[in-house]
Design a protein around this ligand. Structure first.
Ligand code: HEM
Ligand code: HEM
Ligand code: SF4
Ligand code: SF4
Length: 381
């Protein structure tokens, strides 16, 4: 398409410039029943998975239908969400903190037509466009990242494994059969954008090879001290290297100290480390954010490596499904996965989930590693 100006003048870039106006104020977008009853809600109940209502002091009710969202979506899809919002909800709609979509109506008779409309919509390939679910003691949307769609540091994809995993866990998106919420998150590298460090089950992209060193360009592309300071294990030191008959400034990586975090590449474009066979997935488990009963927890590494198996990641999804089933059968009501694992003991968790325990899972990072070892004779055979 030929260039169409928005009115911006590149010759006077600061003229008519608007800045620091912030987001729109949230209450501009409240449905009337929410605006009216804000701050006066009394209680809420589930009608079915994905569908619940809140009752206010005034007696007003707001019914909410939650549907899955792929997070990455086209404007065509957003227009369809708007069309549904206009048809059933006077033009109002919201997105949740886990990227589900919620449609709200102010009377009970409007729910069934809304649900039927949502569940009837499918893509040409057969997938549901707006599956109703994601509430209560089930599995809601997977908080995830950019993957091979847009980031330059991933060790795995995001959208692909998330689709594969949600397909396997779909029944639990539409059900409340679990002992408690089970949050699944994914991050494609250990920058851990998102929630992998605090989720019941986490999928994490992992490298297994040290960075390559592009000596020709390293000193031109990188602020060398930053790359050195980026390394958590001090594997990097400055060095003079012979390149094309000339001495150039570069770095040296002590490979036995490198644990493939990729942090140096984040700082220095001349230290790439992505690798088809080397890269894959680590599974973590047992994290939570809420303060309910037990304090918030970090998730722990339980599977050291699963290869990337695009496009469906069968070993990853099979491992997660197994963990979910064992937890569903074994945990007590209200018990989050991490609470369950800690109550029965991690040695039992590995046994029940049939996960091999390898030396990779034993913490070896600095002084705090010591506190993750067992300083007691209390354990089960
Ligand atoms: C007195 C009023 C309210 C209180 C005290 C309240 C409290 C809470 C709390 C404690 C959570 C859990 C947050 C977390 O796990 O981090 C939550 C989540 C939620 N609330 Fe409310 N809430 C209120 C009103 C409402 C209303 C009016 C709606 C919708 C009409 C609503 C919709 C939701 C949804 C959808 C979530 C789950 C978000 C997600 O994880 O996707 N709440 N609320
Ligand atoms: C003795 C009092 C209460 C108990 C024992 C209780 C218990 C619970 C439990 C067990 C959950 C599930 C949390 C999870 O699985 O992580 C929950 C969720 C929630 N509670 Fe309460 N609660 C109480 C009072 C309240 C009150 C007073 C409000 C609001 C006025 C409230 C609002 C919520 C909300 C919004 C959620 C999240 C629902 C969802 O998004 O699925 N709770 N509560
Ligand atoms: S987790 Fe890593 S690879 Fe994924 S989006 Fe964040 S920085 Fe990029
Ligand atoms: S990948 Fe991580 S551990 Fe290895 S050299 Fe780079 S910063 Fe250090």
């Amino acid at each position: 398409m030929a260039f169409v100006s928005s009115g911006y003048n590149p010759d006077k870039p600061m003229e008519n410039r608007i800045s620091d106006i912030g987001p729109k104020k949230y209450d501009e977008f409240y449905p009337p029943v929410i605006a009216k009853n804000k701050g006066t809600w009394l209680y809420h109940e589930y009608i079915q998975p994905g569908v619940y209502y809140h009752v206010a002091e005034s007696g007003d009710k707001v019914f909410t239908v939650r549907v899955g969202g792929a997070r990455l979506m086209s404007t065509t899809h957003i227009r369809e969400i708007c069309e549904i919002g206009e048809k059933h909800c006077d033009g109002y709609v919201r997105f949740t903190t886990r990227n589900n979509i919620e449609f709200m109506v102010d009377s009970e008779d409007k729910i069934r037509p809304l649900i039927e409309d949502l569940e009837s919509r499918k893509f040409a390939g057969g997938s549901f466009k707006f599956p109703v679910g994601g509430t209560g003691a089930g599995i809601t949307n997977i908080v995830h990242t950019q993957g091979w769609i847009h980031c330059h540091t991933p060790a795995t994809d995001a959208s692909g494994p998330v689709k594969a995993t949600m397909d396997v866990l779909f029944d639990d998106f539409k059900d409340h059969r679990l002992p408690a919420h089970l949050r699944v998150s994914l991050a494609c590298c250990l920058n851990m954008c998102g929630a992998v460090h605090c989720s019941d089950i986490a999928i994490l992209g992992y490298h297994r090879k040290p960075p390559l060193l592009d000596h020709e360009y390293l000193d031109k592309m990188c602020e060398i001290p930053l790359a050195i300071a980026a390394c958590p294990t001090a594997a990097i030191k400055p060095s003079k290297v012979e390149f094309d008959g000339q001495k150039v400034n570069s770095v040296a990586v002590k490979e036995s100290r490198c644990m493939f975090c990729g942090n140096c590449y984040t700082m220095c474009p001349s230290m790439p480390l992505a690798d088809t066979e080397g890269d894959g997935i680590v599974i973590m488990a047992g994290g939570k954010v809420s303060n309910r009963i037990s304090a918030p927890k970090f998730s722990k590494v339980v599977v050291a490596f699963i290869p990337n198996e695009a496009p469906r990641w069968p070993k990853t999804t099979e491992t997660i499904k197994k963990m979910v089933e064992v937890y569903a059968n074994d945990a007590n009501k209200y018990e989050r996965l991490g609470e369950w694992a800690e109550r029965i003991g991690w040695e039992r968790f590995f046994e029940k989930c049939e996960l091999p325990f390898t030396h990779h899972l034993i913490d070896d990072f600095r002084d705090p590693a010591y506190f993750t070892w067992r300083q007691t004779t209390q354990f089960k055979f």
